[in-house]
Write a protein that binds this ligand. Structure first.
Ligand code: NIG
Ligand code: FE
Length: 410
């Protein structure tokens, strides 16, 4: 028999619109969980008697309860760091120039290859736990610092193990098309052919949930991206794209042809591509951490994305080169201060729209009867408070599949 638990003395922000309130706030709420699902959620006064009988009652002492966060774009599996490149950039070197000189992604590839699988696992778990301490219960993890069959396999396996070890949902993304490894120097078309072969093997090992490409001057061309996408589609795998981060390569329009789940970054995306994304139902994933850390000045076209009714997701883009952050809450604050998004847009960006970017139903970002019993319990009175403050996580507990975990123990 699954445990029947009544959670009371709380304010719920369900993020399911309710009486013209986009936050879906339920004052003096009760949540009834049965095993790993929410069986009932509503005002205490409306609690039906059949739900009132509990195996266990938890008093949340007036806390705010929200859906847990979904970080839909991370590069969590790597070794080493790039603090030295940060210094070089402060002295005037550009991210692109460092990459062309053999640093950048390729320096992380060298460090990652020389680490053991268990070291990579320990590092990735530590990073995932830092995200959980800010309310994350669903996480996308990309490969892309291995760049050989064996090393990409290790990274994807580590990503799967992180999900199992921490009890959170991890979606894996195959990003072998992240940079050209040294052993393929001058032979980028051959590398693309090789990584498409590896994709077949890794897919057969059930290691891949989606396929991504870094389509950029320092990454892969539009035509190479098309080849990777064709292979993904032939295997029935959804695609995503690092598109228009540093320049307009026409990546977002191409990704739309392949009905991509998402196009990510998008600072340099053009109007026609926005229209193509809207037609194809592609989610725009904006990454304020990378925008900030690379001191980008070209804003992603928020107003046009809004006008086209494209769902806008946000993510940490945690990686050692362009976004070494562990804070989704800070990303929400930056989305508002830097991109002029609203606090509710920031929340939808880390909940319902992030779910869509991973091919999950939008309801995964809401609380209500039938949802998985996952939620964040915060010392705050309203979710907008969590966007307004920065550099502070007031998470008290994270409830995963009906089980409460203290934030300080994560
Ligand atoms: O999303 N742009 C490509 N990938 C990462 C950066 C990776 C790195 O610099 O290590 C990004 O910004
Ligand atoms: Fe990225």
């Amino acid at each position: 028999m699954s445990e029947h638990c009544v959670w009371q003395n709380l304010r719920a922000a369900t993020l399911a619109p309710r009486d013209n309130d986009a936050w879906g706030i339920v004052e003096d709420a009760v949540i009834v969980t049965r095993g790993d699902h929410i069986a009932w959620l509503g005002e205490r006064a409306d609690l039906p008697p059949e739900f009132a009988q509990a195996d266990r009652t938890v008093d949340l002492d007036g806390a705010l309860v929200t859906p847990p966060l979904i970080d839909c774009h991370t590069h969590l599996v790597y070794a080493g760091n790039r603090a030295h490149e940060f210094e070089l950039r402060l002295e005037g070197a550009s991210y692109e120039a460092i990459s062309r000189a053999g640093g950048g992604i390729r320096s992380t590839v060298a460090a990652t290859r020389s680490a053991s699988e268990d070291e990579l696992f320990a590092l990735a778990c530590e990073r995932a736990r830092a995200l959980m301490r800010e309310g994350v219960a669903t996480l996308e993890i990309k490969s892309g610092y291995g760049l050989s069959l064996a090393h990409e396999r290790r990274s994807l396996r580590v990503a799967r193990r992180v999900g199992e070890a921490l009890g959170i949902e991890v979606k894996t993304t195959y990003l072998a098309a992240h940079a050209l490894p040294e052993e393929f120097a001058g032979r980028s078309d051959e590398y693309v052919a090789a990584l498409c072969d590896w994709m077949r093997d890794l897919h057969a090992e059930n290691l891949i949930d989606a396929v991504d490409v870094f389509c950029e001057r320092i990454g892969f061309s539009r035509e190479q991206t098309r080849i990777v996408f064709k292979h993904a589609k032939a295997l029935g795998l959804p695609v995503k794209l690092h598109a228009e981060q540093l320049s307009d390569q026409g990546g977002a329009a191409l990704a739309s042809e392949f009905s991509a789940l998402s196009c990510d970054h998008l600072e340099y995306v053009g109007d026609d591509a926005i229209a193509a994304m809207a037609r194809a139902g592609v989610v725009a994933v904006l990454l304020p951490g990378a925008y900030y850390f690379l001191r980008e000045t070209k804003l992603p076209p928020i107003e046009k994305l809004r006008a086209s009714a494209i769902p806008i997701a946000l993510a940490t883009d945690h990686n050692p080169g362009s976004s070494p952050t562990f804070s989704p809450l800070l990303m929400m604050n930056m989305a508002c201060t830097l991109f002029r998004m609203t606090p509710i847009e920031a929340w939808l960006g880390f909940t319902a729209n992030a779910a869509l970017a991973l091919g999950l139903p939008a309801e995964r970002g809401q609380l209500g009867a039938g949802s998985v019993a996952n939620f964040g319990v915060w010392s705050a009175s309203h979710p907008r408070d969590l966007v307004y403050r920065f550099g502070h996580s007031p998470l008290r507990q994270l409830v995963l599949n009906g089980q409460m975990r203290e934030a300080i123990e994560l």
